[in-house]
Design a protein around this ligand. Structure first.
Ligand SMILES: *Cc1c(COP(=O)(O)O)cnc(C)c1O
Length: 463
């Protein structure tokens, strides 16, 4: 009986030849037909289905599969979590100018390594160096693939075979795979940890210095804070100590804010300019955290050290790509005018938004949900808490407002799943039986799409 059924499953070629598939590219069609038929075979075998669906039903399944397969794996989603630098959702959103700059360079030849004025070979690093120096006050600068690469490059080029002194309170792990002790090992230097987890004094560093010492390292504890009975040595004092012993002082700043964030009510995140002014020899930070640009690692500092880095063989392995460079240059340009930066760069704009502004923003979204039938869902505005994210500022919540949805005919988990599986996916947060859409990380241009997605998800079929 089952064998008979199996034999009656339509052949791949026969299905592919149906006129309704005339417009579907052959390769995509064959793949989808195979997938649908194999799914059908499984259903028959397991007994979940006891007869073969008609040709109309099968061709509909094939067309749905073709559509699904055409959706890119890496695609935009709507971040309704309220976490601004959401690591899993791609950290910083680029400004329009940065996205445009990357796109224009992507589809064209460019001045990547060409000096158009002189008509000769140029350097890819020249496009952002002067801008970074101007904005940070540093002597020299270079950009690489990401901040992890920056740290590894610095340690490899400047401290190989030497001891590097670091506080026990700063042996940071970022997102699982970046751990300061392991990066130091890869960089070929010897970790010389000093002090205690909660307290490290200047004397601890000084006592550890010997003939084998290559540098003093300070790492910003981006994603945790040691509070209570704690003490760390300010960068300026480490610099003083380094001077006395003719040792370079290196700082991994992590996020790398170019504007003081106190104005947004965010405290404890150091500014890049402060570290330059304190006199660190080499400083590195991310491009796609608080800076609000593309994934990159920015290294600034004394010219002699940056020159050493430029010549290191790892530089080629870590080099920054042209699309990134274009986006980075545009992002940095926005900072030339401070107010412009806050209005132009999505990360800063999201961080700057006050709770009152977010309440007004959420109100606009909830208005678009008015067409939801009352018996299907309840919606209300509620205060919410977001985060900076991206392993930055772990101890502070960002007060915000959210559209809260309580589905009445399906479970809140089902609603969350439907929104997540939609195209575009809407990623919200469940709290006490409500699905929250936090206004902080939403773009108003997406509101009609979000409203449509919610209405469809609530009125849709059970998955
Ligand atoms: C985030 C971070 C890194 C890694 O930076 P990526 O740009 O993600 O490679 C390194 N060090 C610190 C302190 C960080 O916060």
């Amino acid at each position: 009986m089952q064998n008979d059924l199996m034999r009656n499953i339509p052949k791949v070629d026969a299905l592919c030849a149906l006129p309704c598939f005339d417009d579907v590219p052959a390769a995509a069609l064959t793949e989808s037909v195979r997938a649908v038929l194999s799914g059908l075979r499984d259903e028959l075998q397991s007994g979940a289905v006891t007869e073969i669906p008609g040709v109309d039903e099968l061709s509909e399944r094939v067309l749905r599969a073709v559509e699904q397969n055409a959706i890119p794996s890496l695609r935009p989603v709507i971040n309704a979590t309220g976490v601004v630098l959401h690591t899993n959702l791609g950290r910083a959103c680029l400004s329009d100018a940065a996205a445009k700059a990357a796109a224009s360079v992507a589809a064209s030849y460019s001045t990547l390594e060409y000096d158009a004025e002189r008509g000769e070979r140029g350097s890819r690093y020249s496009h952002v160096e002067r801008l970074i120096c101007r904005l940070t006050g540093a002597e020299s600068a270079i950009a690489v693939n990401n901040n992890a690469a920056a740290v590894l490059l610095i340690l490899s080029a400047m401290t190989k075979g030497k001891e590097v002194v670091i506080s026990r309170g700063e042996l940071v792990e970022i997102g699982g795979s970046f751990r300061v002790p392991e990066v130091m090992e890869q960089g070929g230097c010897i970790l010389r940890e000093v002090g205690a987890t909660n307290k490290t004094h200047l004397a601890d560093y000084e006592n550890a210095i010997n003939d084998a010492t290559g540098a003093l390292l300070k790492v910003h504890t981006s994603n945790y804070r040691i509070v209570g009975f704690s003490e760390s040595v300010p960068l300026s004092e480490l610099v003083e100590l380094g001077r006395r012993h003719r040792l370079p002082v290196i700082e991994d700043l992590g996020s790398g804010a170019l504007l003081p964030l106190e104005r947004f009510g965010i405290t404890g995140e150091p500014c890049v300019q402060g570290s330059v002014a304190a006199g660190a020899d080499v400083i590195c930070f991310s491009g796609d955290k608080l800076l609000g640009g593309p994934q990159a690692g920015i290294i600034i500092g004394k010219k002699k050290h940056i020159e050493t880095l430029k010549k290191h063989p790892l530089m080629r392995a870590f080099r920054i790509d042209k699309l990134t460079l274009a986006a980075l240059e545009a992002t940095l340009r926005a900072y030339l005018d401070e107010r412009g930066a806050v209005s132009e760069l999505p990360v800063l704009r999201m961080l700057a938004a006050t709770a009152d502004e977010l309440r007004e923003k959420a109100k606009k979204l909830i208005k678009l949900l008015a067409e939801l039938p009352r018996e299907d869902a309840k919606t209300e505005l509620i205060p919410s808490e977001g985060q900076v994210g991206g392993g930055s500022v772990p101890h502070q919540a960002l007060p915000s407002w959210a559209v809260a949805i309580e589905p009445l005919k399906i479970s809140v988990d089902e609603l969350e799943t439907r929104l997540r599986l939609g195209n575009p996916a809407v990623i919200g947060r469940i709290n006490r039986g409500l699905l929250l859409l936090d206004a902080r990380t939403l773009f108003e241009r997406d509101f009609p799409v979000i409203a449509r997605a919610v209405v469809d998800a609530i009125g849709g079929e059970t998955l």
